[in-house]
Design a protein around this ligand. Structure first.
Ligand code: CA
Length: 306
């Protein structure tokens, strides 16, 4: 397979090619793979029997038909939790395009039609075998970019998602910064634990949700190799003819941290007039090192042209 010549910016397929197929399905991952990003992302939540399931939330009800299959298994808050079901039970569900469980409305109206197709949940191991298998058959070397979701919630339920995940990664050959695996988490305490207590030598990315966390870069640099901020935390304001930026990227670079912001969506542009403008501004004016995108094909195409 032809390698793209696209410089050193890192392209991460966010939940797979999720702009085109329901997020975190094997189909979305295979499609993403064929688009030739650098990494494909896995969000992880444990099942009742400790299988890391590739899914974005601790809930099932906004991407599956769980309310039809297991009507009586919701908790008091009315929601269905991945952690309450065995992996075998989870196989009975259909994944669909993301929707609002209260209204039933599809979140991104122009994406894959809700309720169509036959998509299933899968484990981290199954996805690694897909990607490593494709690396073998194509001769490419695309990496994985796993994120453990809500480790505190897992601890409260008596589960150590960090340790379980790190052990599996290690069994599949992902052990050090050279192994095409980037490990990410929003929970700073847990990511620090991954480095210091679990002694992982993987490339670690500290995700940033809240504005005040952008002031903790020095602390992050004591255990992490990069940060994953919301892209709006990088933008300051649109000046006369160009954007002005916060000091986040510069500060991170000074501390030796790479910057991989989320999320580049061609169908949710907000302050930008086009997807190309968004990529131009963030990659080449703000100088970020990589980006999470629902549209890996568009990011590859843009960066190859550069
Ligand atoms: Ca994620």
């Amino acid at each position: 397979m032809q390698k793209n010549k696209k410089g050193d910016k890192v392209i991460i397929a966010h939940r797979g090619a999720s702009g085109y197929l329901p997020e975190h399905t094997m189909e979305a991952k295979a499609m993403a793979y064929a688009m030739n990003p650098d990494y494909i992302e896995q969000d992880l939540v444990l099942s009742k029997d400790d299988v890391p399931v590739v899914i974005h939330d601790i809930y099932l009800d906004d991407v599956t038909n769980v309310n039809e299959v297991f009507f009586d298994r919701k908790r008091e808050d009315g929601r269905y939790y991945v952690i309450d079901f065995t992996f075998e039970e989870l196989q009975k569900l259909q994944i669909t395009e993301r929707f609002n469980p209260k209204t039933g409305k599809q979140f991104y109206p122009k994406r894959f039609p809700k309720g169509k197709g036959n998509f299933k949940l899968h484990s981290l191991q199954q996805e690694i075998e897909l990607i490593q298998g494709l690396n073998y058959s194509t001769g490419n070397n695309i990496g994985i970019y796993p994120e453990i979701k809500n480790p505190e919630f897992h601890h409260t339920n008596g589960k150590d998602i960090a340790k379980i995940t790190i052990d599996i990664l290690s069994r599949y050959g992902y052990k050090t910064k050279n192994d095409r695996c980037i490990f990410q988490c929003f929970d700073a305490k847990e990511l620090e634990r991954v480095r210091k207590e679990l002694k992982s030598e993987l490339f670690l990315v500290q995700l940033i949700e809240f504005e005040e966390e952008t002031k903790q870069l020095k602390n992050f640099a004591t255990y992490a190799d990069g940060i994953g901020p919301w892209y709006k935390q990088i933008l300051d304001k649109r000046g006369k003819d160009k954007w002005e930026f916060t000091s986040l990227v510069e500060d991170a670079h000074t501390l030796g941290l790479k910057v991989h912001p989320y999320t580049f969506r061609a169908d949710q542009l907000d302050e930008f007039s086009s997807f190309d403008e968004m990529m131009q501004v963030l990659f080449f004016e703000a100088n970020v090192d990589g980006g999470f995108t629902d549209f890996p094909d568009k990011m590859v195409e843009f960066l190859v042209k550069k």
